[in-house]
Design a protein. Structure first.
Length: 255
């Protein structure tokens, strides 16, 4: 056993074994959290907070782990097979390479006439007329879609909104159920911690008293050792052989 004392009078308790004192050093104990938030009142102490911040900063300085390394603890991402989807494969490679998206070609939506060098070309005029007819048909289809939307759109949106509201109600019910479970767990934790607070306080007091007794015993032992050492020196100066005299039950000088 070993003990330490601070110059300001605070007593440091007995040191534990290395493995027990640093449970976070083992990967198997990485998730262990030693905290009783409902009864621990040290967190509001500025000196405790300063000490905790100092320890966290010191551990971060000692750590060789970089922020990018934290993802290595997660399972690898699934590999997507895009062989049957060449368009998605090209887009995936574009995003992966960081290239900007290809702008949409809107030239086919603009009616135009043949260029000047093909003003007398009948084929060029036929292509221009066909393009204009396609654009006209496209606009007619858009008008039909607008008419259908005006006629049936409100009901479709109402039905869609009803489905969204039903989904929202289900999600809210699930969220409320999970919140109730969380509250139940927190209430149980608070109940158990508060019930154990008195016992912990008694044990903590006994621990401090035992540590104080150990310190007093060690101080008394050290004092006794010093006194014995002084007596041995005095006996040597007087020429007494303490070992022989103690066996004979006498402190007379040896002849």
């Amino acid at each position: 056993m070993s003990n330490n004392s601070c110059s300001n009078g605070d007593i440091l308790m007995l040191e534990a074994a290395a493995d027990a004192a640093k449970p976070w050093a083992s990967a198997s104990n990485a998730e262990i959290i030693d905290a009783l938030p409902y009864i621990d009142d040290d967190y509001a102490n500025p000196s405790v907070k300063h000490e905790v911040d100092r320890l966290v900063e010191e551990e971060m300085r000692r750590s060789s782990k970089k922020p990018s390394d934290y993802l290595n603890d997660l399972p690898p991402l699934p590999i997507f097979n895009l062989e049957d989807h060449p368009m998605l494969a090209r887009e995936y490679e574009r995003v992966r390479a960081g290239r900007p998206p290809v702008p949409l070609d809107t030239s086919r939506y603009i009616p135009d006439t043949p260029p000047i060098n093909k003003q007398n070309d009948e084929t060029a005029w036929k292509q221009a007329v066909q393009k204009a007819q396609r654009l006209l048909q496209h606009q007619e289809i858009r008008l039909e879609n607008l008419d259908l939307m005006e006629k049936y759109g409100p009901e479709v949106w109402k039905l869609y909104n009803q489905r969204l509201e039903a989904t929202l109600s289900r999600m809210q019910a699930v969220g409320a159920e999970q919140n109730e479970k969380v509250e139940t767990v927190n209430r149980e934790r608070k109940f158990h911690q508060q019930n154990a607070a008195n016992e912990l306080n008694v044990l903590s007091t006994q621990w401090r008293e035992l540590c104080l007794k150990n310190i007093e015993i060690q101080e008394a032992t050290a004092k006794t050792d010093n006194e014995l050492e002084e007596l041995r020196k005095e006996a040597v100066e007087r020429g007494w052989n303490l070992d022989v005299n103690m066996e004979n039950g006498s402190l007379l000088p040896s002849k």
